[in-house]
Design a protein around this ligand. Structure first.
Ligand code: CMP
Length: 134
């Protein structure tokens, strides 16, 4: 069954100039990109997006980083989109991510980890609604 997920190309990957490489991989993996935009989040928008982490020690640095430069927001669709996108990204910590995954290829630390993806159907619906109104 076709499923939707939110994918983000984070500020570190945009700065590195790998938007094209990441989108190319997304297409190779047979996702349909059904919405996409470049954005520059305010600190408050980043805090709202990551509100589930507001009690974590990394909440401040994470939301500073996510509002530090342009990002690419995408709605991806395919069968098993949530799990498949997470597999392509690899583990949260690039050092622990499998060779060939996006975080291993383009991330440099657990905070500067190149990409984001929703982790479950409910969070995907919430995250997509946060950035793509309507
Ligand atoms: P992301 O998938 O965008 O979701 C939350 C982010 O918090 C995560 O990727 C990491 O980039 C970031 N983060 C920073 N420190 C940690 C940590 N210790 N554990 C988990 N996530 C962290």
């Amino acid at each position: 069954m076709s499923e939707k997920t939110l994918a983000i190309i984070k500020p570190d990957a945009v700065k590195k100039g790998v938007i094209g490489k990441i989108i190319s991989r997304i297409e190779d993996e047979k996702f349909k990109i059904t919405a996409m935009r470049l954005a520059k989040l305010t600190k408050d928008e980043a805090k709202g997006f990551y509100i589930v982490h507001n009690d974590k020690p990394f909440y401040g640095p994470l939301t500073d980083f996510m509002s530090s430069g342009p990002i690419v927001l995408m709605r991806l669709e395919r069968e098993d989109a949530i799990a498949h996108w997470r597999k392509i990204m690899g583990a949260t910590d690039p050092a622990k991510a499998e060779p060939g995954t996006l975080r291993r290829l383009y991330g440099s630390s657990i905070e500067n980890n190149a990409t984001h993806g929703s982790d479950a159907p409910e969070t995907a619906a919430w995250e997509l609604a946060y950035f793509f109104k309507g």
